[in-house]
Design a protein around this ligand. Sequence first.
Ligand SMILES: C[S@@+](CC[C@H](N)C(=O)[O-])C[C@H]1O[C@@H](n2cnc3c(N)ncnc32)[C@H](O)[C@@H]1O
Length: 356
Amino acid sequence: MEVDTNDEYFTSYENLEIHEIMLTDTARNEAYRKAITTNSSLFNGKVVLDVGSGTGILSIFAAQAGASQVFAVEASNLAKLSQEIIKENNFENVIKVFNCRIEDFQLPESVDKVDIIISEWMGFYLLHEGMLDSVLLARDRFLKPGGLLFPDRAILYCSPCNLPTHFDNWDNVSGVKMSKYAECLRKQKSSKPEIINIDKDCLIADDIVIAFLDLSDISTTELNRIDFNEVIIARKSGKFQGLCIWFDVLFPCGDDNEEEVILSTHPQAQSTHWKQTIIPLPSNIETFEPLDPIAFKLIVQRNPENSRHYHLLLEILDAMSDDVQHPLPCECHMTKCILTKAHLANMTDSNGFENA
Ligand SMILES: C[S@@+](CC[C@H](N)C(=O)[O-])C[C@H]1O[C@@H](n2cnc3c(N)ncnc32)[C@H](O)[C@@H]1O
């Protein structure tokens, strides 16, 4: 097994508790297991590359689905433990572990390209951690023309939402009015996104697609900036107190009555460790009624100083103005949220982890 250098990112994946969070995320595991093992017609006899194999769980699914060879590439020293897990599951003759970054990996000389790439690369709001870049590099270097990616599509969604547990019910705290405190709390909270599970009933509009990523042909430069700027329609009455962001990933499926698997982090879906990403607003914009227009601009922009992080910029626009491109000049109608590792570290108490 080759050993590669570790940077801070990979070292964080040596913490077994991060893998515990992933391994106890049943919705995540079952989506991958189902997508791989119920599509054995796609995997049978095939050569598979697992990008960021961690404990080896996805490689084991691929071996169970009949893959002839699996190359499990893991940069952190968890690779060593994964060899034991693979042995425990009797797949040491099918799965070969490489302890290196995919960027430094080379296929054995006997293998020209792989048939399938599997990877669990998604971070909070899909793109945090920037691991998709590594999967796209693997696609371009190692995947046969017409080869498959698991997952092969990703959709980023958002919806305005209310946040009752954050912002309401401060009028009477054991008989004391706390509205001034609540105002300051909102301002403080609006400076950074939060990773929480929100109730589906808090969404006040339909699911809005911010971006559809076809992983078979998207480039890393297309991941540098995603812009959303549209007027949408409220579907029910409610206060616009924040923007809720989540994602789905979709897997390929074979012909023989195999069903398409979707791993969804929608508030209505089975809860996952990604939860939802919320950008709280510093004040209520207004209470919307069904069919009211809501206008906002969201920019998801890669941090030029750290490609694994993104800035999330939300600007609320006046939907009734002639030109909704112009934001309201009121500061409280604008929030700029920057999610950094430090912010995530602050969230550690409630979430217990930095990476997803
Ligand atoms: C989200 S975890 C998934 C682990 C495992 N595949 C699973 O599903 O439980 C991502 C893993 O990919 C590894 N990783 C991230 N980028 C990598 C790269 N460029 N090369 C090799 N491993 C990488 C991390 O160290 C981490 O163990």
